[in-house]
Design a protein around this ligand. Structure first.
Ligand SMILES: Nc1ncnc2c1ncn2[C@@H]1O[C@H](COP(=O)(O)OP(=O)(O)OP(=O)(O)O)[C@@H](O)[C@H]1O
Length: 235
């Protein structure tokens, strides 16, 4: 399928149980698709719902309405209604996500944190470690840090470990939530190159980038999320 990700009529509101059950509508009627080799960037002002859309797509937030269709092993899976087991399978083989912050696992070295998604897919330890090393070298993570757990790393070092972990697989769809937020100019350029590499391989990418230079370098299309704001629709 040339369009591995199709989102239609997705809606999300938050119910604040500790605030008398007040409902906060965030987005409604979210419809778009991402083609192979395309990088779509979610745009719009702060608080408009960009991160919430990514989190729904990855299955971290429940979806109130609509469909999120992803091509997984030659069939379509609706992530909005899929069972948790299917969501985990899609994450392992098809859908990657680079969040802004690394979820640190105690006592696991940076190299193993990066290699883990490949090990989970049955790749041998030496091959996974070699790929992890290549990525950490490309992202200029000092070699003396590779065997250390990333808990004490700087923000930018942790972000580079996270990027390496997100980019190590050949997932067909990749979600990027501000992957360059804590990086210096040199490493931002490396990430821009890595995104270009994924596009050339036919990966469909959807991301949030606040840095204008990075956004202009990677975006094929910017999708203004304010178009899906229920508050705007009601005004
Ligand atoms: N878990 C949550 N519980 C309650 N409200 C939430 C939750 N997550 C997000 N929101 C609310 O949903 C709205 C959209 O937030 P979101 O983080 O998706 O916006 P954003 O466009 O990514 O913003 P920014 O550019 O500032 O990161 C905000 O009003 C936010 O307060």
């Amino acid at each position: 399928m040339p369009t591995p990700l199709v989102v239609s009529e997705v809606a999300k509101s938050f119910t604040m149980h500790l605030r008398d059950g007040i409902t906060l509508p965030v987005v409604a009627g979210v419809s778009f698709s991402v083609k192979k080799g395309e990088c779509v960037v979610l745009g719009g002002p702060s608080g408009v719902g960009k991160s919430s859309i990514l989190k729904m797509l990855y299955g971290n937030y429940a979806v109130d309405a609509g469909q999120i269709l992803i091509e997984h092993r030659g069939r379509l899976v609706d992530l909005a209604s899929a069972a948790p087991r299917s969501v985990l399978e899609v994450r392992r083989d098809t859908l990657g996500y680079v969040s802004q912050f690394l979820r640190v696992v105690p006592r696991v070295s940076a190299l193993d944190v990066v290699a883990e998604p490949l090990l989970a897919r049955g790749v041998s330890h030496p091959e996974a470690s070699e790929k992890a090393s290549d990525l950490l070298a490309k992202l200029n993570l000092p070699r003396e840090l590779w065997q250390l757990p990333p808990a004490t790393f700087s923000g930018g070092e942790q972000q580079r470990v996270n990027i390496a972990r997100g980019f190590i697989t050949d997932h067909a769809v990749l979600l990027l939530d501000e992957p360059t937020a804590s990086l210096d100019a040199q490493n931002r350029r490396v990430v821009v190159e890595m995104i270009a590499g994924k596009k050339a391989e036919g990966v469909a990418l959807l991301g949030i980038f606040h840095d204008e230079e990075v956004r202009d370098a990677v975006a094929d299309r910017i999708l203004d999320v304010s178009a899906f704001s229920p508050r705007k629709a009601a005004a």
